[in-house]
Structure formats: C-alpha cells, structure tokens
Design a protein around this ligand. Structure first.
Ligand code: ADP
Ligand code: MG
Length: 237
C-alpha cells in the first residue's frame, strides 16, 4: 500500500528540562507522523509542550530521548553543524513577536535570509507574496503588527523552506489581521508546497487544517484529519 511521504516522524520523543527535583518533563514519549505538504494545526493548553516539540523538530533544540526524523534523517543523530545546515536549508520559523531587526527595512530583514539560503527567492518576490511589495523600504516601526508579522513570514518563506513552523503567529493580532496572516500561511502551503505547522490558541484555526493535533501534558491526545478544509474567511474567531 502506498504510504504518503512523511515530513516528520517522531518515536518516543522525550524532553526533560533541568535535573533532579527541578526536572520538568516537557515531552513524554511523543509518537507522531506528519505527511509532507500538509497544513497542520497543533492545539493544547499553555505549558503542554507545543513549543518544545516545534523547537526539536525544527532543529533549534535537541531531545533528551527518542527519535525525530525529517524524511530519512534522524535529527537526534546529526552533529551540531549538520543540524544547523538542516535548519538553514529546510526550515522556516515564524514566532508570535516577529523578531524583526528594527534598524533594517522590510527588504533588508528578508535579505538576512536570502543572502545565506542555497536557492532563495528574491526578497521582492517574498514581500509580494505577503502583499507588502510597496512597503519594502519601510522599517518595522513604520508597519502595523499584522504587517510586521507578514514581513516575518516573507523572511521565513524566502528561502523556500520545506517546512514552515509557526509558534502562535496570530497571538498578538486582532481577528481581521490574524485572518490575513492565516491566508498568507495557507498560500505558502498551497503555492510552495511547504508543510506548514502552526501552534495556536485560536482553536477555530483547526478548521483550516488537514490535520489537527491535540496536545496535553507533553503528549499527543488526539489526531484528527479534516475531510473538508475551511478557508480563512470561513472560520469563526
Ligand atoms: P507550550 O508551548 O505548550 O506552552 P512549552 O513547550 O513552552 O509549552 O513548555 C512545556 C513545559 O516545559 C512547561 O512546563 C515549561 O515551563 C517547560 N519549559 C519550557 N522551556 C523550558 C526551559 N528552557 N527550561 C525549563 N523549563 C522549560
Ligand atoms: Mg509555546
């Protein structure tokens, strides 16, 4: 039987912060299969381990035990240099608070990535994709929150990532702006074919997903596959 190509597979993925009395078990043996090209939404209470999971499969952090596979690469076994290469070549990250360089224009912020990626799009093209071609020469302080987040998305997608991780990307935005950001993320998924994985508190976002992962207490509680996906305009906030 044909098996869909997996972007990620984790087995027994465990993360413990600290040691002894102070140890926090953030991930408790996560087994997860994420097919390539999907739009995935990860829901769960604060402190349940969502960011920890994203950081490990995104190559920003390492597991304590268990395996995390990107295609046929076991991330747990990569050297630091190889993990950095994985991140640089394949992974885009978008965070709640944009993390733009205030002294650089929108274009220059995107160029931080296009200058080091192996096969990037033009900064202009990436900004056009998020509807900000006209704002390329503006500084972050001259842009609204939603526009700054779109610059952050342009920066993340300009390298043409295989996978785009978004940790609460709409957390600081009002619902109209949040919707606009979700539209951009869906476009990235559909037009670039990137696997997009979004951590969010906005449970309604789940309606847009191919796959919804409910997370609790450091483990997967339930995985739901949507038969019908809603557009960002159709979801309720
Ligand atoms: P979520 O993103 O779902 O809110 P996190 O992955 O951020 O959850 O955190 C999971 C647990 O791990 C929480 O109890 C949190 O306090 C703890 N934690 C996260 N990062 C660290 C860290 N760097 N050091 C110690 N504990 C941490
Ligand atoms: Mg988090």
């Amino acid at each position: 039987m044909a098996r869909p190509n997996l972007a990620f597979r984790t087995r027994g993925l465990t993360k413990t912060y600290g040691t002894g009395e102070a140890a926090v078990r953030a991930l408790r043996g996560v087994d997860l299969d994420i097919p390539q090209g999907e739009f995935v939404v990860l829901l769960g209470p604060s402190g349940s381990g969502k960011s920890t999971l994203l950081n490990i499969i995104g190559g920003l952090d390492r597991a304590s035990e268990g395996e995390a596979w990107f295609g046929d690469q076991n991330l747990s076994e990569l050297s630091d240099a190889a993990l950095t290469r994985y991140r640089r070549d394949h992974v885009g990250f978008v965070f709640q608070f944009y993390n733009l360089m205030p002294s650089l224009t929108a274009r220059e912020n995107v160029e931080l990535v296009t200058e080091i990626a192996p096969d990037p799009m033009d900064a202009e093209e990436a900004l056009a994709m998020v509807g900000l071609r006209e704002r390329a020469d503006h500084f972050p302080a001259q842009l609204s929150g939603g526009e700054q987040q779109r610059v952050a998305i342009a920066r993340a997608v300009a390298k043409k990532p295989t996978v785009l991780f978004c940790d609460e990307p709409t957390g600081a935005l009002d619902s109209t702006t949040g919707r606009a950001v979700l539209k951009v993320l869906r476009d990235v998924n559909e037009r670039l074919g990137a696997t997009v994985m979004i951590v969010t508190h906005a449970a309604a976002t789940a309606g847009m997903a191919d796959r919804v992962i409910d997370f609790a207490d450091g483990d997967v509680r339930e995985v739901t596959e949507n038969k019908k996906k809603l557009s960002p305009d159709e979801i309720e906030w």
